[in-house]
Design a protein around this ligand. Structure first.
Ligand SMILES: *[C@@H]1O[C@H](CO)[C@@H](O)[C@H](O)[C@H]1NC(C)=O
Ligand SMILES: *[C@@H]1O[C@H](CO)[C@@H](O)[C@H](O)[C@H]1NC(C)=O
Ligand SMILES: *[C@@H]1O[C@H](CO)[C@@H](O)[C@H](O)[C@H]1NC(C)=O
Ligand SMILES: *[C@@H]1O[C@H](CO)[C@@H](O)[C@H](O)[C@H]1NC(C)=O
Ligand SMILES: *[C@@H]1O[C@H](CO)[C@@H](O)[C@H](O)[C@H]1NC(C)=O
Ligand SMILES: *[C@@H]1O[C@H](CO)[C@@H](O)[C@H](O)[C@H]1NC(C)=O
Ligand SMILES: *[C@@H]1O[C@H](CO)[C@@H](O)[C@H](O)[C@H]1NC(C)=O
Ligand SMILES: *[C@@H]1O[C@H](CO)[C@@H](O)[C@H](O)[C@H]1NC(C)=O
Ligand SMILES: *[C@@H]1O[C@H](CO)[C@@H](O)[C@H](O)[C@H]1NC(C)=O
Ligand SMILES: *[C@@H]1O[C@H](CO)[C@@H](O)[C@H](O)[C@H]1NC(C)=O
Length: 559
């Protein structure tokens, strides 16, 4: 008000007031800008679609079907994220190998090679054998990070040795380790050193395959009688995805839990599931609480050979529960409910619980809540009962979906390693999207014809060299659909590797253990997971959209 009548005050004073006002405004404005930047900054979303667009997709259709590409499944390991390298994941580089080589040269004179001896017998215990293999692998398998050599054993002939090691694929952004063992044939190279003259195929070095536990036990292969030498089950000893128990149940009330009741998301598409699950987990992280997790998933009909929704699928069939346990705080629902009940019984009073009946109560409003359990219930009619609605609106600025916590199941990834390993990681791939999209001429007018066998044949000719290994990741169900390409490429389809999940497979045995001894079906969602990862390991990758057709990924006029 005073300013409205400046003539009554000295000019100097007015000027100072004006300047300070301006300064203050600038200050307020810059604070505001900074705050807005700070709270709207979000790391890139792995699905490469903005969160509002996704939310719209969900809420638009009553069905809440997720229109995004169903033939690809991206999870945390597909995205480059800076992570601290665990010490056991240090790669064996040339420098490391040469250093080891130098040490051997100085310290083991008993392994002198005789160059002129024509009938050279290779002693597989000679550390120089391993050095030769290490150098060979490093030179030949460029896409692989070699981590640790585990065992060297005799091959089937005097000039052969079997070697086992652990590795990682450079295309995978997790630190998980995989196993290979191959048979190598040796010759004598320059300066009387061993030289690999031939390398066997993926998993050919069966004599080196044995798990270390058997060796420690002293039952070395080759010794003892034949009856005992049954090949040991090739289990992946590194998987430990047991359900953690809730420590001491008496301490139940010391924890802080976030419990989501089953909502309308149940039996919806798997993309919907992931979007919702990560919202709940994100809220738990925001509230610094343990997320109560239902490991039982309902798999939507489209992924099931039976074409019906199927309940009772274990989270661990699809995702890496071990990793999830490590990087987030979770408790399995059954364990949680048991702990809750027990505590109540033994203490004769209730566990402090806050029931939240609407998603409209925001995570920020719950931040200060001190109750042991925050129990979100989702009883409203659809689509008000979806978990992910908690993360909409203002909340989206505070809650980040922890994509880094969600990796694909190691059991599925072992299949991926097996398939790409059998092709020696030397293959190209094409992703052919067909299915519903190809049938929908309104939204994708050219997709069907652009992915016809003839069109594929012509287009791939210009992108991929003849007679390369060509992996086709596709949702086209007809196996012989791609036969035309066989006159030009070595075509590989997921179904060519059926035995990997057949009833004699490691996968079959291991998933059965999770399912109370009943066999687990290799379903459509697993197929997508494996297809995606093999595709990502290809040297040259051809995508349907952008490379094969000018139609847009999400329908007419979306690109
Ligand atoms: C779900 O979508 C299908 C196909 O798009 C449609 O036929 C069906 O009526 C929809 N159901 C509901 C409940 O909207
Ligand atoms: C191979 O090397 C090991 C370790 O030095 C030695 O014990 C063994 O006798 C050697 N075997 C042959 C056939 O030279
Ligand atoms: C490997 O072969 C060498 C010579 O061929 C033999 O002396 C040695 O005992 C064999 N080692 C094992 C573990 O069978
Ligand atoms: C063989 O030895 C010579 C002389 O020591 C050296 O110059 C050469 O690089 C060596 N060759 C290999 C393949 O190590
Ligand atoms: C190896 O371990 C098994 C079971 O732990 C045992 O029964 C067997 O006697 C052991 N064999 C040797 C050679 O120690
Ligand atoms: C698996 O991990 C749990 C902790 O999550 C640990 O208690 C258990 O001993 C591990 N089991 C094996 C066989 O390593
Ligand atoms: C999160 O909770 C743990 C124990 O539940 C506590 O030690 C820690 O300080 C909390 N962190 C924050 C940021 O509140
Ligand atoms: C495995 O499958 C084959 C072919 O489907 C069948 O003949 C065989 O009996 C099955 N074996 C077991 C143990 O189920
Ligand atoms: C699977 O389990 C069966 C029965 O326990 C066993 O005979 C078979 O060797 C196992 N297969 C693999 C690949 O581990
Ligand atoms: C596929 O299209 C993308 C984008 O236009 C391009 O960068 C890539 O090189 C193409 N791939 C092949 C194999 O031609």
């Amino acid at each position: 008000m005073k300013e409205s009548n400046p003539s009554t005050e000295p000019i100097g004073q007015n000027l100072i007031k004006l300047i300070s006002n301006v300064c203050f405004s600038v200050f307020v404005f810059s604070v505001l800008v900074f705050t807005v930047i700070a709270i709207t900054y979000q790391p890139p979303d792995p699905w490469l679609e903005s969160a509002p667009a996704l939310t719209e997709l969900f809420t638009q259709s009553e069905n809440a079907t997720f229109q995004s590409d169903n033939s690809i499944l991206k999870t945390g390991e597909d995205f480059p994220v800076e992570r601290a390298m665990p010490p056991e994941s240090k790669p064996l580089t040339e420098a490391v190998i040469e250093k080891a080589e130098g040490k051997i040269a100085n310290s083991t004179p008993e392994f002198q090679l005789a160059c002129d001896e024509s009938k050279q017998v290779v002693n597989c215990s000679d550390p120089r054998v391993l050095i030769a293999v290490e150098k060979f692998n490093l030179r030949v398998f460029k896409s692989i990070v070699f981590l640790k050599y585990q065992m060297t054993a005799n091959g089937s002939k005097p000039d052969e040795c079997d070697v086992a090691w652990r590795f990682r694929n450079k295309k995978e952004k997790s630190w998980r380790k995989y196993r290979d063992f191959r048979r190598f044939k040796f010759g004598i190279g320059e300066n009387c050193t061993y030289k690999v003259v031939q390398a066997g195929a993926w998993h050919s070095g069966v004599n080196a395959r044995q798990p270390r536990s058997r060796i420690r036990n002293g039952t070395r292969r080759g010794s003892g009688n034949k009856a005992k030498i049954v090949p040991p089950p090739v289990r992946d000893e590194e998987i430990n995805d047991t359900i953690p128990t809730l420590g001491s149940l008496m301490n139940f009330n010391k924890g802080r839990y976030l419990y989501y009741s089953r909502g309308g998301d149940y039996c919806k598409g798997m993309n919907h599931y992931v979007w919702s699950f990560l919202c709940g987990l994100g809220e738990a992280m925001f509230l610094n609480r343990t997320f109560v997790m239902d490991l039982s998933i309902c798999l939507e009909a489209t992924y099931n050979p039976s074409n019906k929704d199927e309940e009772g699928k274990d989270f661990r069939y699809y995702f890496d529960f071990e990793h999830l346990k490590k990087v987030t705080s979770i408790v399995e629902e059954g364990e949680f409910l048991m702990g809750w009940k027990k505590w109540r019984r033994s203490h004769k009073r209730k566990v402090p619980t806050r029931k939240v009946v609407s998603y409209k109560v925001t995570p920020m409003q719950l931040k200060k809540d001190k109750n042991t359990v925050i129990w979100r219930q989702f009883d409203a009619p659809e689509p008000e009962n979806y978990w992910y609605r908690v993360c909409e609106g203002q909340a989206a600025k505070y809650i980040q979906r922890p994509w880094h916590a969600l990796w694909k199941s190691k059991r599925l990834m072992n299949l991926v390693s097996e398939i790409s390993g059998r092709m020696d990681w030397d293959f190209d791939a094409v992703h052919v999207v067909r299915g519903k999209k190809a049938q929908n001429k309104e939204l994708w007018p050219h997709l069907d014809s652009d992915t016809s066998p003839d069109a594929l044949f012509m287009k791939l000719k210009s992108m991929i060299q003849p007679w390369r290994n060509l992996y086709i990741a596709t949702n086209e169900p007809f196996y012989n659909y791609f036969d035309k390409l066989r006159s030009q490429y070595k075509v590989h389809l997921l179904d060519d590797y059926k035995e990997l999940w057949g009833n004699a497979s490691e996968w079959y045995n291991e998933t059965m253990l999770l399912n109370n001894g009943r066999p687990v079906e290799f379903d459509g969602y697993m197929r997508v997971a494996v297809d995606t990862e093999v595709l990502y390991r290809a040297k040259t990758r051809v995508e349907t959209f952008y490379n094969l057709t000018t139609d847009c990924k999400d329908g007419v006029n979306t690109c």
